[in-house]
Design a protein. Structure first.
Length: 228
């Protein structure tokens, strides 16, 4: 039934779906939950359940530090970067702290949208210290951050990353072409050079259901063969 409906179309109520399909409401509820988990549906409290049609599905690993465009390409899609905006700004306190800058420091804010096969997939906002931004000549930036910096002699060694679910702000909703307040997957990370200098504070807002991240977890023993 979902396959026969258009993206954004509202589904009938659980009771109506149960009657149409000849099944119980608990069965309908279970199926809807599974479809929502897979990214085919979105539920808006007090409004209804809506179809999300997206043929773009991507997987990535948190173990390796790749740009979003590289992730899109590795999944067999053609990436496009648009809406690039570079500006000097006063760094918010929590960002200046993360980048080990003085309070009230100026830095660069770099935002852009990464498309996968003409579909907006991720809205990325990076912050860089002013000195590093000037060294890299950020006014020339128009593509991928990691290779852009590498070409200018600034190589990243690792990043501390966190994943969380957030609600789309007005800016994020606009650039991802989704309703305000829709859930988005936020990949927040701070990237460092080999000498442990933080150089990029980054927030990547992913449209729900487009990208899934994985990580390898290793079972550790206590030295005597016992699992911890």
């Amino acid at each position: 039934m979902v396959d026969q409906r258009e993206s954004g179309e509202r589904l009938p109520s659980e009771e109506q779906l149960a009657m149409l399909c000849g099944v119980s409401r608990p069965t309908v509820r279970t199926v809807l939950a599974a479809l929502e988990q897979e990214g085919f549906l979105i539920r808006r409290h007090g409004i209804g359940t809506f179809v999300v049609k997206s043929t773009t599905k991507m997987k990535a690993s948190l173990q390796s530090l790749y740009s979003v465009a590289d992730i899109v390409r590795m999944n067999g899609y053609e990436p496009t970067i648009a809406n690039v905006h570079v500006a000097k700004v006063l760094l918010p306190v929590h960002i200046s702290n993360a980048l080990e800058q003085d309070p009230g420091a100026v830095g660069y804010r770099v935002s852009r949208v990464i498309f996968a096969e003409r579909e907006p997939a991720v809205f990325v906002v990076d912050y860089l210290p002013q000195a590093l931004g000037e060294q890299a000549n950020m006014d020339e930036f128009n593509s991928q951050m990691i290779p852009f910096l590498h070409q200018r002699g600034i190589s990243l060694a690792y990043a501390a990353a966190e994943l969380s679910l957030e609600r789309a702000s007005e800016e994020t909703a606009h650039f991802l072409d989704i309703p305000l307040g829709d859930p988005v997957l936020l990949l927040h990370q701070v990237a460092y050079t080999a000498d442990n200098t933080p150089v990029i504070y980054s927030d990547g807002y992913h449209r729900e259901g487009l990208v899934s991240y994985s990580i390898m977890r290793i079972v550790k023993s206590d030295g005597g063969g016992q699992m911890q």
